[in-house]
Write a new protein. Structure first.
Length: 340
């Protein structure tokens, strides 16, 4: 039985790093923070931003958050296009999306403007370049609040300085299941980084997926923050590879992988938590030649089969049982097709 990484993913370091994300927090000079704006002034901010992007030739879809069903808003957060906080108190909030959804801009969340860029795999530099293009276009037309000593002025003091948050989402089944990640958490914190679950909750990691991000944006350049995070991500990936190489040799682990695949290929109902746990086992097996599943397809299912996303797929608010049935049907079809 091979224990080398046979299955390939389409993205750099895609076996461990699912995606890279950059977020830039910005505010318009002379305009109070969103918490102090009424509906009329929030609308004025939205209009200014949209007009500036249009003049710069940046075409984006405009989504009025107040017009969405609650499950539609939550589905955007499940897909990591917006923050969970952006789904509530939606009056005066607008989301801008590029056609490929790699750039999203939240208007009137905690700050006037939050530019976010996502790239698959370990590509924080590319994500930053993409975000910076929109940042430059907006700054030229709006002029951001900036202080020579403090940097970009934002509502949260932690966002002073560059206003940059850079993160990577990593699938780390071997480290997670052997307790390795808990050992690294304090070390990562000492490096000015943060470890959380994929949806920002450190207490509820699902599917062995972790988000690693910087905590410091003042006193450090964007390039330094990105380089530091990338170096850390590569170190964690190396530790995952080392742990996994021994982990998958265990007959009990191979049994768990095989059982998880069998359940997923035959289940009639699947809860979110059960799906995440079993897909994590199957993806681990795929990376080490223990089954024929597609790791990238599993990465996509981690996101697309969340509860609100299934409601959007169905075009209606489903019951929990209906979602579990639809989820199981999709996973069965996908995994059985991959194995043919």
């Amino acid at each position: 039985m091979s224990t080398g990484t046979n299955a390939k993913t389409a993205y750099p370091q895609g076996d461990t790093v699912l995606s890279s994300r950059v977020r830039l927090a910005r505010n318009i000079d002379g305009v109070p923070f969103p918490v102090r704006l009424n509906a009329t002034r929030r609308a004025a901010v939205n209009r200014k931003v949209c007009e500036t992007l249009q003049k710069a030739g940046k075409k984006m879809r405009v989504i009025d958050m107040s017009r969405l069903y609650p499950y539609e808003a939550v589905a955007l957060a499940e897909r990591h296009l917006i923050s969970p906080e952006f789904t509530s108190g939606t009056e005066g909030r607008v989301l801008l999306l590029t056609e490929d959804e790699r750039i999203s801009i939240m208007l009137n969340e905690e700050d006037h403007i939050r530019i976010q860029a996502i790239e698959p795999g370990l590509a924080p530099e590319q994500a930053y370049r993409n975000a910076a293009a929109y940042d430059d276009a907006l700054d030229a037309g709006l002029r951001f609040a900036f202080d020579n000593r403090l940097g970009y002025l934002n509502q949260n003091p932690r966002d002073l300085g560059t206003g940059l948050r850079v993160s990577v989402m990593m699938h780390l089944p071997a480290l997670s299941k052997t307790g390795g990640m808990s050992k690294f958490a304090s070390m990562i914190a000492k490096l000015g980084m943060n470890v959380r679950g994929s949806y920002g909750d450190a207490a509820s990691v699902k599917g062995d997926i972790f988000r690693i991000s910087n905590q410091v944006s003042m006193g450090i350049t964007e390039a330094e923050a990105i380089a530091n995070l990338k170096t850390l991500a590569m170190q964690i990936a190396t530790r995952e590879h080392t742990a996994a190489a021994d982990f998958v040799k265990d007959i009990g682990v191979r049994d768990r992988i095989t059982r998880a695949e069998g359940v997923l290929k035959n289940a009639m109902l699947l809860s979110t938590d059960e799906m995440m746990e079993m897909l994590s086992w199957v993806r681990l097996g795929a990376l080490y030649g223990l089954n024929g599943a597609d790791p990238d397809a599993i990465s996509e299912m981690f996101v697309s089969l969340q509860p609100a996303a299934l409601n959007v797929t169905a075009g209606a608010k489903l019951t929990s049982a209906q979602r579990d049935e639809l989820r199981a049907e999709y996973v069965r079809r996908k995994l059985n097709a991959d194995g043919e």
